[in-house]
Ligand binder design. Sequence first.
Ligand code: AMP
Ligand code: ZN
Length: 111
Amino acid sequence: MSDCLFCGIVAGEVPAEVVYEDGQVVVFKDINPKARVHLLTVPRIHLASLEDLESQHDELVGYMIRLQSRLAREQGLEQGFRTIINTGRGGGQVIFHLHIHLLGGPKLSTF
Ligand code: AMP
Ligand code: ZN
C-alpha cells in the first residue's frame, strides 16, 4: 500500500465516501466536514501540491476546477460555493496529495 492516504483512497484500499469518480479524479466527502457540503477532489495521479504542477498537468487541473461547479450543483448548492487549495505547511496543508476542498451550505464563515 502507498504511504499516501489519498493514493490509498484512489486505489480503493482506504475507505471513503466517494461521490464521483472518473479516469482522472476521485471525489469524496471530507472525514471532518467544515460545512454541510465538504468534498475533496483529488487527481488519480500522485501530485503532492500545487508546487508539483508542470505544464503537462494544465489540462488535468483545468478539468478539476471546472468540475467543481458541477459537483456543487449536484450537492444542491444553488447559492454558490467555496473552493480552497491549501499549499505547504504554511498554507495549512496536512495531506500532501493535491486536493481541492469544495465547501457550501449554511454557516459558511466569511473571511
Ligand atoms: P488539507 O489541510 O488541505 O491538507 O486538508 C486535508 C483534509 O483531508 C482535511 O480537511 C481532513 O479532514 C481530510 N481528511 C483526512 N483524512 C481523511 C480521510 N480518510 N477521508 C476523507 N477526508 C480526510
Ligand atoms: Zn498520493
